[in-house]
Design a protein around this ligand. Structure first.
Ligand SMILES: Cc1ncc(COP(=O)(O)O)c(C=O)c1O
Length: 412
C-alpha cells in the first residue's frame, strides 16, 4: 500500500505526459519499425504520411487532407491557402490556444476577437455579425474543451457575407455537431496531434478540406514552400513554409487513429461521470453542450460560482493543487488571448507593431481589457483539469470528492 500523503488525492493521477494517460504501445512500435527498416524518414519519399492522410480523411468523410507538423502549422497552412491580403481581418475566439492566432499574425492579417457564450465557452454566434467589415476574410472557429461550437448560425453568417470558415478542431477530435464530425462542416478543419490531444504523434497536425485548390493555390503546396514537386525542374509559386510531417510521426499516427474509439469512449464516459457528480453541487456549473452535439472532453472545465464562495478562483485552484489535483485557473490562462503581451504589447515583428500597425489595415488596432467581457470573466471563474485515457471511475470519484470538499470549505 502506498503511504498516505494526507491529501484528498493521495497519489498521482494518470497524465498525458506518459503512458499512464496515453494509449501508446506495441502497435506504434510495429509501425515505427517498418519506417526505420525502410530507411525512409521523409514524407516526400515515403508512404506513411500519405496513408495517414488517407485514413484520417476517410474516417471523417472529408474529400481532402494534408498532414503537417503541428496544429499551429495546420491553421497556418489553411490561411496560406486562403491567402488574405495584409490587413484583412479574421474573426476568432479569445478562448483558444495561441496557436490559433499565431498563423493570423504571421500572415499579416488582423485577429478580431468575438466574445464567447459562457455556457460552453465557444464563440457566440450573436457576437460575430457586428464585427464583420469589408476586410473580413474568414471566421476561425475553435471547438473548445472538446465541445462543438454552434456551427449552423456561424455557417449562415459566413454564407451571407461570403466568408470562409476554418474549424479549429485541435481539442475536439471526433466531436459531432448535428450528426457530422467537426472539421467537415466549414471550408477547412484543422487538427493537432500534440501530446495532450485525443490521439498523438508527439507533435503533428492535419488539415481536412472541401477543396484542394483555391484561387490558383494547391493546398499541398501551402505547407511545402509553394513547390510543385510533381513538375520537372524546381519552382516556388508563392510564399509558404515547410511544415512536413515525418514518416515517424505518421507511423505513430496510423497506430493511434485506430485507437480513437477507445480514446473517445474513455474520455467521454469519465467526463460525463464527473459532470454528473459535480452537477449535484450548487457551487459548480459544468459546461453545457448544445442539443444534438457531442463533446469529446479534451479537458474537463467547470465554472465555480464565485458569489457563493469566500475565496477567489486563484485561491481555489491553488488549494485544489495542494490537495493533489492538477488544475489551472482559466483557459487559456487567467486572461483571454488578446491580453497576452504578444498581442496587447505588439511583440511581433521587431518594433514595427505589425500587423496591428499595418498601413493596409482599415484602422489602428489596439487590444485591452473590456474587449470581450464574457471571456475575461470566464477566465476568472473557470477551473480546468487535464483529461486523458487513463481516467477510471475511481479517479472520477476522487476528483469529484476533492472538488466538492474544497469548495464546501469556502461556502459563504
Ligand atoms: C484549440 C487549439 N488550437 C490550436 C492549437 C495548436 O496546436 P499545436 O500545439 O499542435 O501547434 C492547440 C494546441 O494546444 C489548441 O488546443
Amino acid at each position: 500500500m502506498s503511504k498516505s500523503t494526507g491529501r484528498l488525492i493521495p497519489n498521482p493521477l494518470p497524465t498525458i505526459a506518459n503512458r499512464t494517460g496515453r494509449l501508446i504501445g506495441e502497435e506504434e512500435l510495429q509501425q515505427l519499425r517498418e519506417v526505420i527498416e525502410s530507411g525512409t524518414l521523409a514524407y516526400i519519399y515515403g508512404t506513411k504520411v500519405w496513408a495517414f492522410e488517407k485514413e484520417f480523411r476517410e474516417l471523417l468523410g472529408s474529400p481532402h487532407s494534408v498532414a503537417v507538423s503541428s496544429g499551429t502549422a495546420a491553421l497556418h497552412t489553411s490561411l496560406v491557402y486562403l491567402n488574405p491580403e495584409p490587413g484583412d481581418e479574421i474573426i476568432v475566439s479569445p478562448i483558444t490556444d495561441m496557436g490559433t492566432v499565431i498563423p493570423i499574425l504571421y500572415q499579416q492579417a488582423i485577429p478580431v476577437f468575438a466574445d464567447i457564450d459562457p455556457a460552453h465557452q465557444n464563440m457566440d454566434p450573436k457576437k460575430i455579425e457586428n464585427l464583420i467589415s469589408e476586410r473580413t476574410k474568414a471566421i476561425m472557429v475553435t471547438h473548445i474543451h472538446g465541445i462543438p461550437a454552434d456551427l449552423d448560425p456561424i455557417m449562415k453568417i459566413a454564407q451571407r457575407y461570403n466568408l470562409k470558415v476554418i474549424e479549429d478542431c485541435a481539442q475536439a477530435h471526433m466531436a459531432t455537431y448535428h450528426g457530422k464530425i467537426v472539421g467537415t462542416i466549414g471550408d477547412l478543419g484543422c487538427f493537432s496531434f500534440q501530446q495532450s490531444k485525443h490521439i498523438t504523434t508527439g507533435d503533428g497536425g492535419m488539415v481536412v478540406s472541401k477543396t484542394d485548390m483555391y484561387n490558383g493555390r494547391a493546398l499541398r503546396l501551402c505547407f511545402d514552400k509553394g513547390w510543385p514537386r510533381d513538375l520537372p525542374g524546381r519552382d516556388h509559386l508563392f510564399l509558404a513554409p515547410n511544415y512536413h510531417m515525418t514518416e515517424l510521426q505518421a507511423a505513430v499516427g496510423i497506430a493511434q487513429i485506430r485507437k480513437y474509439p477507445t480514446s473517445i469512449n474513455i474520455r467521454r464516459d469519465t467526463g460525463r461521470a464527473l459532470a454528473k457528480r459535480l452537477d449535484e453541487c450548487d457551487l459548480v456549473t459544468t459546461f453545457r453542450t448544445l442539443p444534438d452535439t457531442t463533446s469529446t472532453f479534451f479537458g474537463f472545465g467547470f465554472k465555480i460560482n464565485l458569489p457563493m464562495l469566500d475565496a477567489d478562483g486563484e485561491s481555489i485552484a491553488k488549494e485544489l493543487q495542494s490537495e493533489g489535483l492538477k488544475c489551472e485557473l482559466g483557459y487559456p490562462g487567467k486572461i483571454p488571448l488578446y491580453l497576452y503581451p504578444m498581442i496587447r504589447e505588439e511583440k511581433t515583428f521587431g518594433t514595427s507593431g505589425l500587423p496591428f500597425s499595418s498601413p493596409s489595415a482599415r484602422k489602428r488596432w489596439k487590444y485591452g481589457p473590456g474587449l470581450c467581457p464574457v471571456a475575461e470573466q470566464a477566465c476568472k471563474e473557470t477551473i480546468m483539469l487535464p483529461w486523458n485515457e487513463g481516467m477510471r471511475d475511481e479517479h472520477v470519484q476522487l476528483i469529484a470528492n476533492a472538488i466538492i470538499t474544497v469548495l464546501e470549505r469556502h461556502r459563504r
